[in-house]
Design a protein around this ligand. Structure first.
Ligand SMILES: Nc1ncnc2c1ncn2[C@@H]1O[C@H](COP(=O)(O)OP(=O)(O)OP(=O)(O)O)[C@@H](O)[C@H]1O
Ligand SMILES: CC(C)(CO)[C@@H](O)C(=O)NCCC(=O)O
Ligand SMILES: [K+]
Length: 258
């Protein structure tokens, strides 16, 4: 049973085709497009793919973008799949949602937490968990050992931080620099400032969660720029490239009981 997983972020759409809709399925094909280019997906990235039997997606880019993705799915002549999109709820796949208004939580955060929770359980005993996603925006989310989402942070991503500084000041127009402990030029000062802003926020949530739960949390990080953050983190992080796809596979397996 072929399964198409789609993750529509604020900058790019990422997709992955699997041979089955459960964790451990084999990846058949995958790709990513900037949102400006998604109206050609049926003629580019998806041309020649096997027809998916099921599709599950996660979108934070708004309803208009979601409809453009659905149009591309309809354009695929030999596809006959009903698109389904994850909407955060009070509880799904072993994770419970502590947000004031559960449906207002970003679907990407919800799916990533479900993927991360299952990863921790596969490794052994249940533990508290910090889930970091480094994309257009950065999110830092905390779950207790029972899989309850306690809450989390939203920060500007690196790109947004740098653009905000460039537009808000007269003297900051410089290329990307290096992360250093004591930056001595503007480029390094900006790059290090952004990186340590994220690392510092993660450290605070780690401390809050360790204090709340009385034990050391597991730490999982995802997102295209995660590997750039890893050397600057104050705790050991497990990097998982496809965390949202992992979460979608967990949810798909539960929804379709296969
Ligand atoms: N040196 C860096 N350190 C940390 N983050 C960075 C760095 N350089 C770029 N980034 C951020 O990483 C992001 C790229 O990550 P990723 O590929 O997961 O995001 P995306 O697909 O563009 O975002 P989204 O999933 O929100 O659409 C960029 O938006 C940028 O803000
Ligand atoms: C925070 C982002 C932009 C991260 O991609 C996304 O999860 C989102 O739009 N969330 C909705 C608001 C919230 O999660 O509280
Ligand atoms: K079709």
């Amino acid at each position: 049973m072929t399964f198409l997983a789609i993750d529509v972020g604020n900058t790019r759409l990422k997709w992955a085709m699997y041979d089955a809709a459960h964790p451990g399925a084999t990846l058949l094909a995958h790709g990513a497009e900037f949102l400006e280019h998604i109206d050609q997906l049926s003629e580019t990235g998806w041309a020649g793919l096997p027809a998916p039997d099921r599709m599950l997606g996660c979108v934070v880019a708004g309803d208009a973008v979601m409809r453009r993705v659905q149009q591309q799915i309809e354009q695929m002549a030999h596809w006959d799949v009903v698109p389904q999109w994850v909407v955060p709820s009070a509880a799904e796949a072993g994770v419970t949602n502590g947000y004031d208004h559960p449906t207002r939580l970003g679907a990407d955060r919800w799916v990533a937490m479900i993927g991360a929770r299952h990863q921790v359980l596969r490794q052994g005993r249940a533990r508290p968990l910090v889930v970091v996603m480094v994309g257009t925006a950065v999110t830092v989310d905390a779950l207790d050992a029972s899989g309850h989402f306690l809450g989390g942070l939203i920060l500007p991503g690196h790109g947004i931080m740098l653009r905000a500084l460039e537009t808000g000041t007269a003297g900051l127009h410089v290329p990307t620099g290096e992360v250093t402990l004591f930056p001595t030029n503007t480029s390094d000062a900006l790059t290090s400032g952004g990186t340590y802003a994220i690392a510092g926020a993660v450290e605070r949530i780690y401390q809050h969660l360790a204090a709340r739960c009385g034990e050391a949390p597991a730490c999982i990080m995802a997102g295209g720029a995660g590997w750039k953050m890893a050397p600057s983190m104050t705790r050991p992080f497990e990097l998982i490239d496809n965390l949202i796809f992992d979460g979608l596979l967990v949810i798909a397996a539960q929804r379709w009981k296969i």
